[in-house]
Design a protein around this ligand. Structure first.
Ligand code: URA
Length: 184
């Protein structure tokens, strides 16, 4: 674990801890306010993120930005990262060994950001952070308090592209996050 961003960011350059390094164009480390109260965790980069090296810049990210704008969460005020930092082939779900290999980077990011709230975007984020016993359908929209951090699981924005009805719940969950941000 590193106690500063510079060393952490240096440590990931050229990472070969798992097989996802083989096809990546860019490591998608994370973006945003390094002192954010709120940290968003997604699954892993897609094609656009792999090309640009920035999380949530593709279709799902644009949808998330729309929600941020509508609800009044400035994207630059929060920090955004993923469970895995390199794109899984064909956007498949990261395999357990890939997530395990990458999680120390995310743990270190959490330690440095020191967020009060973590928003878990989808099942992969939920299960890798809080454990396999959690399911997104039952957990979404409910605060989970763990070791001094408030976790809000919600749908992954890509799920909203497949199922419009999830949009209402996603917005409701982000509004709840905003409500709590405002009283921090
Ligand atoms: N989906 C994710 O989980 N993360 C991204 O950065 C982009 C799409």
């Amino acid at each position: 674990m590193y106690d500063n961003w510079e060393d952490l960011e240096k440590s990931i350059v050229g990472c070969r801890k798992c097989k996802l390094c083989q096809n990546r164009k860019n490591i998608v480390f994370g973006t945003g306010n390094k002192q954010a109260d709120v940290l968003f965790i997604g699954e892993g980069p897609g094609a656009d993120e792999d090309s640009q090296g920035i999380p949530f810049v593709g279709k799902a990210g644009k949808l998330m930005d729309k929600a941020f704008q509508g609800i009044g969460i400035p994207r630059e005020e929060v920090y955004i990262a993923n469970i895995v930092k390199c794109r899984p082939p064909s956007n498949r779900v990261p395999e357990a060994d890939e997530a395990q290999a990458c999680l120390d980077y995310l743990r270190n990011q959490v330690i440095l950001v020191k967020p009060k709230i973590i928003v878990l975007l989808g099942s992969t984020a939920l299960k890798n952070i809080l454990g396999k016993d959690y399911g997104i359908t039952n957990s979404r929209g409910k605060w989970i308090e763990f070791r001094g951090i408030s976790y809000m699981p919600t749908w992954h924005p890509a799920a909203l592209l497949r199922d419009e009805t999830k949009k209402i719940e996603f917005w409701k969950d982000l509004k709840e996050v905003k409500r709590r941000m405002d009283v921090l």
